[in-house]
Design a protein around this ligand. Structure first.
Ligand code: ZN
Length: 204
């Protein structure tokens, strides 16, 4: 199982980090060891002093596919969840400056908590019209809707599968909206999808 994550997929988030909007779909990988079940506590590791949360809609791949045309991409998923793409912003900034790979900043252990999955059919909503919200200590810090993605889920699946075969159980983090920010020990993060509580983590 692999975890693929899309970078820079919401324009207001690109602006808040001072990044440029890329022409291509930009993605990176997290190893399966970064995955945790949503409601486990997150233990602040001692190798970073600036960790950011990034709340994202996560799509689970249902069957193996390669070179999937955009118009067939819907056949390859039926469930979504919410996840947090924890990022070591200090380490990422240091490596980005030098043009070096920043796998460590994204791929460390427990950096990808994911909630339970829900069937899109049960939700009765289009994948490109899903509201999601992240609260930190009870205050809303991120409020997104998948309608504002620069690249749709179907485009992402089609693009990635040109280069990397998608397999059953693979997860795609589809990018974060604006409002990313730091965590501290004692913080509580709660993520909601269409108003439904999906994931709650305490930072320890
Ligand atoms: Zn992210």
């Amino acid at each position: 199982m692999k975890i693929l994550c899309i970078g820079r997929n919401y324009s207001e988030h690109i602006r808040e980090l001072g990044n440029e909007t890329p022409e291509d779909i930009i993605f990176f990988l997290k190893p399966d060891t970064s995955l945790t079940k949503g409601n486990e506590d997150f233990y602040f590791p001692d190798f970073s002093s600036d960790i950011h949360y990034e709340c994202e809609v996560v799509v689970k791949i249902d069957k193996t596919g390669k070179c999937i045309p955009v118009e067939y991409a819907k056949k390859y998923y039926s469930q979504i969840a919410l996840g947090i793409d924890y990022t070591l912003r200090d380490i990422q900034s240091k490596y980005k400056e030098k043009g070096l790979p920043w796998t460590l900043a994204k791929g460390f252990d427990y950096s990808a908590p994911v909630s339970e999955f829900i069937m899109l059919n049960d939700l009765g909503k289009d994948i490109q019209n899903i509201d999601f919200t992240l609260k930190k200590n009870g205050q809303i810090v991120q409020q997104g809707n998948t309608a504002y993605m620069l690249h749709t889920v179907d485009e992402i699946i089609s693009y990635i599968s040109e280069f990397i075969t998608l397999k059953t159980g693979d997860l795609i983090f589809t990018g974060t909206p604006k409002g990313v920010g730091p965590i501290q020990k004692g913080d509580i993060l709660e993520a909601y999808l269409e108003g439904k509580p999906m994931l709650k983590q305490e930072i320890k």
